[in-house]
Design a protein around this ligand. Structure first.
Ligand SMILES: NC(=O)NCCC(=O)O
Ligand SMILES: [Zn+2]
Ligand SMILES: [Zn+2]
Length: 524
C-alpha cells in the first residue's frame, strides 16, 4: 500500500489516507471508522465537578451532543434509563504502570488487560509512565507506543527521566512539542536503577519549566532507604515486613520537602505522586499554604489499607502488599482522606503495577527482591465512592473532581475529558448508589492472581461504562476489543503555569532593586 500520512497524529494507531480510502496501522481492530451508536441516557443525576442536575445526555459519534432535561430522540437511538442513578464522567487514573519492566520482571497487566479491568471499574482513561530505553526518551516512547497498540481505551503518557545529558534535554523538547507528553517523573528512590540526584532534579525542573511541562516526583530518600534496608538485613529481618520497616515515613517526608523546596527555588509547579504518609502531606499542606503550586496525589491503596498485612505469616499474602512508598500504619490512611476532602490533596491515582504470586515469590528469601506494586485500576472508583461519598466525607461532585476532572485539568485535556458537557468525549459511567460491589481475585478482570482488596464490599455499583460513545461495560459484561484505544496527546502549559512568568519578573526585579538603590545613592 502506498500511503501518505495526512491525518492528525494519534500515536501508535496512525491513520493513513490513500485516495478515498482510509487505513489504520493498528495491528488489532480499530473502530475509529465504524459509526458508534447513538445513545440517550435518560433521567439520571448528571454530576460534574462544578454542578449537578437531573438531565438527559445525548451521545453521537463518541461525543456528547446535548445535556438537558427531556431530550426527545428517534427510534434508532439506544435509550438507557438512569432514573435514581448518577451519570458521571468516566474516571481518569493519573498513575499506572502497565507492562512495566521493573525489578527483573514485567508487570503482568498489559495495555489490554489493564485497560479492560479499568473499564469494568468505571475508568475510561489512564496516564502511564514511559520508561526510557537505555536512557533514550525517544526509544522509550517508541517502545511504549508499541505496547499500547493493543489498547481498548484512551490513554496518555508521562515520561520518567533517569539520567541527564544533552540528548535527554533535546528529547524532552521533542516529547513535549511533537509527542504530546506534558509531564516528567523523577525518582528520588530506587538507588542503583532509576534514582537521580539533586543536581539532576534541578536540571530537570528547569527544563520542565521552560517547556511548560509538569515535574513529578517519587519522593523517598533513596540513600536513606538503602541504609534502612542494610539495617534490616543486619537484624536478620528478611520478610515483607522489612519493606515497611526499612523505608519509614520520615524518608518520604524528607524527600517531599526537598523536592518542594527545589521546585520553589526554580519556581516551577510540582506534582508529588503516591503521597502515602502524614509526613509527606504536611509538607504539601505547608507549601500550598504559602502559595506554592504543589499537587499531591494519594493512591487508593494508601487511602484504604494499612500496613498490618505486611506482617502476615503467609509470604504470598504479605508480599502482595509490597509497594513503594510503603502502605503505612493505620492513621496515615485517615489523614490522607481528610487531606483529600479538604483540598490539600487534589486527585486520586492507583499506581496500578501488578505482579502475580510467582513474580512476588522472587523475594521469598529477601524482601528487597519482591517486585514493588499493587493493583487498583479496576477498584479505584468503587472504593473511593464507598470510602469518601458513602461516609459523607465528600459530595458526588467532589468525587467527580478527585477521580476525573482535576486530572484532566492538571494534564491540560479538560473539558475534552473529565466533564459531561456538550462537545466532551463521551466517556461516561452510570453508578447506582443503591447497589453494592464486592471485590475478589476470582472475579476481577486484571491478569494478576491476587487482589489487595480481597473480600472488600461496599455501596455504589458502576453498572454502565461508556468509552468514547461505545457501551463497553453493562450487565456485568465487558465488550472490549484490542486496538480500539486512542492516544490522547496532552499539551504543555496547563493552568498551573499561568502567572509563573510574572512571579519570575517580580523575583528578578527584587534582586535588582538593591542595586538600583545603591546607584541612586551614589548619584545623589
Ligand atoms: N510504586 C510501586 O511500588 N511500583 C511502581 C513504581 C513506582 O511508582 O514507584
Ligand atoms: Zn513511584
Ligand atoms: Zn508509580
Amino acid at each position: 500500500m502506498s500511503a501518505t500520512l495526512d491525518l492528525e497524529y494519534y500515536g501508535p494507531t496512525s491513520h493513513f489516507r490513500d485516495g478515498n480510502l482510509l487505513f489504520c496501522t493498528a495491528e488489532y481492530g480499530c473502530l475509529d471508522f465504524v459509526p458508534s451508536p447513538k445513545i440517550l441516557i435518560k433521567g439520571g443525576t448528571v454530576v460534574n465537578a462544578h454542578h449537578h442536575e437531573v438531565a438527559d445526555v445525548y451521545i453521537e459519534d463518541g461525543i456528547i451532543i446535548a445535556v438537558q432535561p427531556n431530550i426527545n430522540v428517534s427510534d434508532d437511538v439506544r435509550v438507557i434509563d438512569a432514573t435514581g442513578k448518577y451519570v458521571m464522567p468516566g474516571g481518569i487514573d493519573p498513575h499506572t504502570h502497565l507492562e512495566m519492566e521493573f525489578m527483573g520482571t514485567e508487570a503482568i497487566d498489559d495495555f489490554f488487560s489493564g485497560q479492560a479491568a479499568a473499564l469494568s471499574g468505571g475508568t475510561t482513561m489512564h496516564i502511564d509512565f514511559v520508561l526510557p530505553v537505555n536512557g533514550s526518551l525517544s526509544a522509550g516512547f517508541e517502545a511504549y507506543s508499541r505496547k499500547a497498540e493493543k489498547s481498548c481505551m484512551d490513554y496518555g503518557f508521562h515520561m520518567a527521566i533517569t539520567k541527564w545529558d544533552d540528548d535527554v534535554a533535546r528529547d524532552m523538547d521533542i516529547m513535549v512539542k511533537e509527542r504530546g507528553i506534558n509531564s516528567f517523573k523523577f525518582f528520588m528512590a530506587y538507588k542503583g536503577s532509576f534514582m537521580i540526584n539533586d543536581e539532576l532534579l534541578l536540571e530537570g525542573f528547569k527544563k520542565c519549566k521552560s517547556l511548560g511541562a509538569l515535574a513529578q516526583v517519587h519522593a523517598e530518600n533513596g540513600d536513606g532507604v538503602a541504609e534502612g534496608q542494610r539495617r534490616m538485613i543486619e537484624l536478620g529481618i528478611m520478610g515483607p515486613e522489612g519493606h515497611a520497616l526499612s523505608r519509614p515515613p520520615l524518608l518520604e517526608g524528607e524527600a517531599t520537602a526537598r523536592a518542594i523546596r527545589l521546585a520553589a527555588f526554580v519556581n516551577t509547579p510540582l506534582y508529588v505522586v503516591h503521597v502515602m504518609s502524614i509526613d509527606a502531606l504536611e509538607e504539601i499542606a505547608q507549601a500550598r499554604k504559602s502559595g506554592q503550586r504543589v499537587i499531591g496525589e494519594p493512591v487508593v491503596s494508601g487511602l484504604v489499607l494499612d500496613e498490618s498485612k505486611l506482617w502476615d505469616p503467609d509470604f504470598i499474602t504479605a508480599a502482595k502488599y509490597v509497594m513503594s512508598p510503603p502502605i503505612r500504619k493505620s492513621g496515615h490512611d485517615k489523614a490522607l482522606q481528610g487531606a483529600l476532602s479538604s483540598g490539600i490533596l487534589q486527585l486520586v491515582g492507583t499506581d496500578h503495577c501488578t505482579f502475580n504470586s510467582a513474580q512476588k515469590a522472587m523475594g521469598i528469601h529477601d524482601f528487597r527482591k519482591i517486585p514493588n506494586g499493587v493493583n487498583g485500576i479496576e477498584e479505584r472508583m468503587h472504593l473511593v465512592w464507598d470510602l469518601m461519598v458513602e461516609t459523607g466525607q465528600i459530595s458526588a461532585s467532589d468525587f467527580v473532581r478527585i477521580t476525573s476532572t482535576a486530572c484532566a485539568q492538571i494534564f491540560n485535556i479538560y473539558p475534552r475529558k473529565g466533564a459531561i458537557l456538550t462537545g466532551s468525549d463521551a466517556d461516561i459511567i452510570i453508578l447506582n448508589p443503591n447497589s453494592s460491589f464486592q471485590i475478589n481475585a476470582e472475579s476481577h478482570h486484571s491478569r494478576t492472581d491476587t487482589n489487595v482488596y480481597e473480600g472488600k464490599r461496599g455501596k455504589g455499583k458502576i453498572e454502565v461504562t461508556i468509552s468514547r460513545g461505545r457501551i463497553v461495560w453493562e450487565n456485568g459484561e465487558l465488550k472490549v476489543e484490542p486496538g480500539t484505544g486512542r492516544y490522547v496527546p496532552m499539551p504543555p502549559f496547563s493552568y498551573l503555569f499561568d502567572g509563573i512568568d510574572k512571579m519570575d519578573s517580580a523575583y528578578y526585579s527584587s534582586l535588582h532593586a538593591p542595586v538600583q538603590r545603591m546607584i541612586k545613592t551614589v548619584e545623589s
